[in-house]
Design a protein around this ligand. Sequence first.
Ligand SMILES: C[S@@+](CC[C@H](N)C(=O)[O-])C[C@H]1O[C@@H](n2cnc3c(N)ncnc32)[C@H](O)[C@@H]1O
Length: 492
Amino acid sequence: MSNTDDAPAQASKGATEVHPGQQHTVVIEKVTHGGAGLAHIDGLPVFVADAIPGQEVAITLTKRRERYAEAKVERVLRRAPGEIQPRCQHFHDCGGCTWQNLPYDKQLLYKEEIIRETLEHLTPADADVRRTLPGRVLTIMPSPQVFHYRNKLEMSFGFASMRAEERSGRRVYFDENPTIGFHQPGQWSTVLPITECHLYDEQIGTLLMDIRRFIQETKLTVHNPKTHKGLLRTLLLRRGIHTGEHMICFLVNARKKELEPLFQYFMRFAGRPGLASLMVIENTGLNDKPEQPKIHPLVGKTTIAERLFDLTFDISPFSFFQTNTLGAEKLYEGIRQAADLTDRDTVLDAYCGMGTIGQYLARFCQRVVGIESHPSAVEDALKSAGHNRIGNISFYRGRTEQVLASQLKPGAKYTFDVIVVDPPRAGLHPDAVEAVLAHKPAKIVYVSCNAATFARDLGAFLKAGYELRTVQPVDMFPHTAHIEMVSLLQRK
Ligand SMILES: C[S@@+](CC[C@H](N)C(=O)[O-])C[C@H]1O[C@@H](n2cnc3c(N)ncnc32)[C@H](O)[C@@H]1O
């Protein structure tokens, strides 16, 4: 599982001969954090991408580090017991799904196993404490939908292939086959055309087919990341699973003056049933995510509505909203159970996004305070709290570590009984850990999408006198190796 535990002491002398480019045949022993399969060559751990336990595979080594190596599969020589036919023709190419060839119940077992092993091996704590951690992991809650669970799609416009020629000492690129799809891992300049995806909501899939026709019929140019020329850049689709509203955003490489005559092309989507928002968004910068997006609304609002439980949220294009709506309700229920609030409790909802967790918890406690760094998410949080008539919640815009060290210093305004943190994959900034600890909350509810960074942060909380009570995994991302879990830490 971890590189620390599969130490080179286990590797025989032959392992020193292992280097990139070599081909080997191995049998995959188990899954590891991130979804790669683990095998050994002369005792050296080898992490094999896109391989599942029980498969015998021909591999090529891609990387050699001091204590381990990485490899890719060339051919599956023997299938794993229970391996199934993947639904999607793009399974091996697009990089979105890792485990579509595994029955869902097996995927769930592997996720639990990864969490248990990550906590035991990567938490910086004494060995006898680490050994107790896997026992805190509860049975994973499955996703209510195993396919078509995603309410949001982000795809790239681009070229399916690119031909390069040397002309007068210069390299000239010829783009071929404008299309829409995903960049395959490591292939940022071309796009794999996606004609089916079983993770997105089915309505989103239908819309995608129309957009494919749109490229062919309008002949609008698509963006080439090498030359930074071409109009259509990325597509963002969202759908409110409970409301039926949908949003279409075209992110384009052009400014207002060039754009206005082109608006008529995008208006062909105007009459779609359920369309609540059609926007063209300028993105002439170098990154696919615009820093200060200029939005041109063509039809309807600049948000769509989605419900979680009895609460309604208006989601703008770039605000974080859980991508599996029905899974989010399970996740939030797990958070409520872990927090086990009383009506006297004051709760901090840190990394609150649109304040969805806090707004759900507000009815079970005295007061909730949210902190979020993304400006549009804070605006969305304030609006939705107003619509949902929640009077006992307020929001701070800024970085958790900074807000907790300034406006919300211990004793300044609130004493938090429960602190909920839901950081991005990188986990908590060390200053955020320190600031949370300074408040001495009775409970910390840590929502994590990355078992390794959670294990790292857990070490700091254990050291400061907290105890890990429960870890509730919730599967929000079937067919992928992504993990989501809610952990309860209690002050001793
Ligand atoms: C995993 S999302 C969770 C959002 C929300 N809790 C939910 O369930 O929808 C993490 C959020 O943290 C925000 N964020 C990232 N770094 C932050 C920081 N240092 N302080 C506060 N918010 C941050 C992101 O903008 C994002 O909205």
